[in-house]
Ligand binder design. Structure first.
Ligand code: GUN
Length: 281
């Protein structure tokens, strides 16, 4: 078994992003700009937002942060997003999810122009991905593809199994793997014979959000195992994979923390610089 060091690969990508951001500054006299909007005081979201701001500082991207109270009105929330959509210093707008229950997330996200949609969540960008066209792709699945690429794992012709079908990870992950010529199976809570489906995977992606959900009996000898889970338990943060036991069978595996997580942030910065370049020409 070999560990995939997500932190080290993310550091490489951030160095590349920094070089692009510097070139952008020389050409346009301003930094690429990323606006992050956080509603309420969910501790996990606060940590994610702090990590994103820190990564902006590391890469020469200017960050703008709006902290809005959990009980903000729909109208106030819309005004903030609309202003960012129009702000020429801001090339990417990210609304940290999940949102307080009273806000209409679909409506708020629709106020972000697709060109500033650095999360790749808009119908336009999801449609482009489905069509295999250039567009912005959601950061976590994009980060997984980059981990595979930089670990010399080609999905072409491989059996890839994605466990989880969320709009943020599972669905775009499946489309990326399909576009890379893998044979893709998407499993979820209603899948019959989950164990057998998983055990056929050359590349197994776990994105279910349940600690130690993927056990060793679900993994083929020599499989590449990517753990997207971030589960907060009494014993600390752990992934969706029973890491200790699955290590024995996997040829390559990502740890949690230090696997996919740092890649999500690195890809966000890459998407932001790409959005800035597209907007400024
Ligand atoms: N919450 C958890 N993951 C994400 C993500 O990738 N983007 C946003 N905006 N919110 C999230």
């Amino acid at each position: 078994m070999k560990l995939i060091d997500g932190k080290a690969i993310a550091a490489q990508i951030k160095a590349e992003v920094r070089a692009r951001a510097e070139k952008f500054f020389e050409r346009h006299g301003k930094q690429p700009g990323l606006a992050v909007v956080l509603f309420g005081d969910d501790p996990a979201s606060q940590i994610y937002v702090r990590n994103k701001i820190r990564a902006c500082e590391e890469t020469g991207v200017r960050s703008f942060t709006d902290y809005l109270p959990a009980d903000v009105t729909e109208r106030q929330a819309e005004e903030v997003v609309r202003a960012l959509a129009e702000d020429e210093k801001v090339h990417g707008v990210l609304i940290q999810l999940p949102l307080p229950a009273h806000l209409d997330g679909k409506r708020l996200l629709s106020l972000i122009p697709p060109i500033k949609d650095v999360d790749g969540f808009s119908a336009e960008n999801v449609g482009r991905l489905a069509l295999g066209e250039a567009g912005t792709v959601a950061c976590t699945p994009l980060g997984v593809m980059e981990l595979l690429r930089r670990s010399n794992v080609s999905p072409e012709g491989k059996r890839a199994v994605v466990v989880g079908r969320s709009n943020i990870v599972g669905k775009p992950m499946a489309m990326l793997l399909l576009n890379a010529n893998a044979t893709v199976t998407v499993c979820h809570s209603r899948t019959a014979d989950l164990k057998e489906e998983c055990a056929r995977a050359d590349i197994l992606i776990a994105a279910v959000g349940r600690p130690a959900f993927i056990t060793a009996d679900m993994v083929k000898e020599g499989a590449v195992v990517i753990d997207v889970g971030v589960n907060r338990t009494e014993r600390g943060v752990c992934g969706d994979v029973d890491f200790g036991a699955v290590c024995e069978k996997a040829s390559l595996i990502t740890p949690v923390p230090g696997g996919v997580g740092p890649m999500t942030v690195a890809m966000l910065l890459q998407n932001t610089v790409a959005a800035a370049e597209a907007q400024e020409g």
